[in-house]
Design a protein around this ligand. Structure first.
Ligand SMILES: NC(=O)c1ccc[n+]([C@@H]2O[C@H](COP(=O)([O-])OP(=O)(O)OC[C@H]3O[C@@H](n4cnc5c(N)ncnc54)[C@H](OP(=O)(O)O)[C@@H]3O)[C@@H](O)[C@H]2O)c1
Length: 401
């Protein structure tokens, strides 16, 4: 185990040296902290903005364990998600700011309050444990792990990151870091939406009729596979060049929203037990009326207006406005005994452990759109920003070019 660690550290040094040669930071690099073990390379932003704000620095302080349940992980791969692109531009700064700084920051919460800079983006990873806190029981140095962490942590587009024992699981052994690094954030968002909020589980999903809006994206790909593995009948929507991908993942009905009238097609099929909305689909022919009435059916959206409203109007007014929208949508569903719910990503190491088993059993496969080396993180952001995802965009942190 020690030998493995030494090999990894020498690889790190090689990467750091290369980073020095290839990149010149436009920002002052953080001052070295003589009290820590050293420095690492990480992509950071120092202001909100476009891709030009992403800066690779090779002198970022190594993250330290802040709690006895924390684990230091050497990152091998991480994905890029729409939330990274939006956070680069300031999305969620008010709500995430409260999560990072705590409620004590409330009196200062106005839309223009900046988050903490420099900020490293990236919400998930696959890597290797290099240090464990005193209370860590389930993981040891050298374990290969994957995870997705809470927003109040610095991100994973870096050579090292820190996560809690409760946010990670053992990595599926059969697959590479790049393959599995594509999944944790979308997997845990889907789990929060379908399982925690939507109350689906392996024992109650058989035969359920599920509509997954936008099967072509990261969440859609994972959701199709999870629901099929548990025996649901899955309908999804996507554009023409993603039809084969969605069918290959197991979807029973695939509606091409670019060539057909989605509202008409869905009305014809209708009678869903669950709708997972990943695009704000009320503007795209999808509504609570497509759910079965008086059968405990649910419309769960992962695009609630909360963050956007808080950014625009401040925390209090923004939350009030969002609650008004939620109340209206809940009442819409209430007439037919249907429920309308919001879902947000929640880190969940236990659920990720179940996903590890499903991946190892061949029930869930990674769907990867494109892999970028660590030196091309801005290109990876540009790809995600263009939209039209066909699976996940992944960064191989071990590769510089
Ligand atoms: N609540 C949370 O905590 C949370 C967490 C993660 C993500 N999210 C949100 O969930 C959304 C989806 O995330 P993701 O990671 O799956 O995004 P993604 O990988 O970028 O996928 C989005 C997919 O939607 C497709 N699409 C766009 N318009 C469509 C339409 N009218 N009908 C059907 N498909 C359509 C796109 O392909 P085409 O344009 O080519 O059709 C693309 O494949 C994002 O808005 C993200 O912010 C929320």
């Amino acid at each position: 185990m020690v030998a493995v660690h030494i090999v990894r550290m020498s690889r790190l040094r090689a990467c750091v040296t290369l980073a020095h040669v290839r990149y010149t930071s436009t920002q002052a690099d953080p001052a070295p902290n003589p009290g820590t073990r050293g420095h690492m390379s990480a992509w950071q932003i120092h202001h909100y903005g476009g891709n030009e704000e992403l800066t690779l620095s090779s002198t970022v302080r190594m993250p330290t364990l802040r709690s006895p349940e924390d684990i230091l992980i050497e990152v091998n791969a991480a994905s890029v998600n729409p939330i990274d692109v939006r956070m680069r531009g300031g999305y969620g700064r008010v709500v995430f700011g409260v999560m990072r700084k705590g409620l004590s920051s409330l009196p200062f919460l106005q839309p223009d309050v900046p988050s903490e800079f420099p900020l490293t983006l990236g919400r998930d990873f696959s890597g290797v444990v290099v240090e464990t806190g005193k209370k860590v029981r389930k993981f040891r140095i050298g374990d290969e792990v994957w995870g997705a962490f809470s927003i109040n942590r610095q991100g994973s587009h870096a050579q090292f990151t820190v996560a809690s024992e409760k946010e990670i699981a053992k990595k599926p052994a059969k697959l590479t870091h790049v393959e599995v690094g594509s999944m944790p954030y979308v997997a845990m968002t889907t789990w929060a939406a379908l399982c925690s909020v939507g109350e689906m589980k392996e024992s109650n999903t058989l035969g359920q009729r599920v509509l997954i809006v936008a099967g072509s994206g990261g969440i859609g790909n994972f959701a199709i596979q999870l629901m099929k593995a548990w025996g649901a009948e899955v309908t999804t929507t996507c554009s023409t060049d993603a039809v084969h991908l969605c069918q290959g993942l197991g979807a029973d009905n695939v509606i091409d929203y670019t060539t057909s009238n989605v509202a008409e097609e869905l009305k014809r099929i209708s009678g869903f037990d669950m709708i997972l909305d990943t695009i704000g689909a009320k503007n795209h022919g999808v509504s609570v009326d497509l759910l079965k009435s008086w059968k405990n059916s649910k419309y769960v959206t992962v695009v609630p207006p909360l963050m956007k409203n808080a950014d625009e109007y401040g925390l209090l007014l923004g939350t009030a406005k969002s609650m008004g929208t939620l109340g209206f949508n809940v009442m819409e569903g209430f007439r037919g005994g249907r429920s309308y719910r919001w879902a947000l990503f929640v880190p969940n190491g236990r659920a990720l452990g179940q996903v590890t088993e499903m991946v190892e059993n061949g029930q869930i496969h990674p769907a990867i759109d494109k892999v970028f080396p660590f030196s091309e993180v801005p290109q990876a952001f540009a790809k995600v920003e263009q939209g039209h995802a066909r699976g996940k965009t992944v960064i191989d942190v071990t590769k510089m070019e």
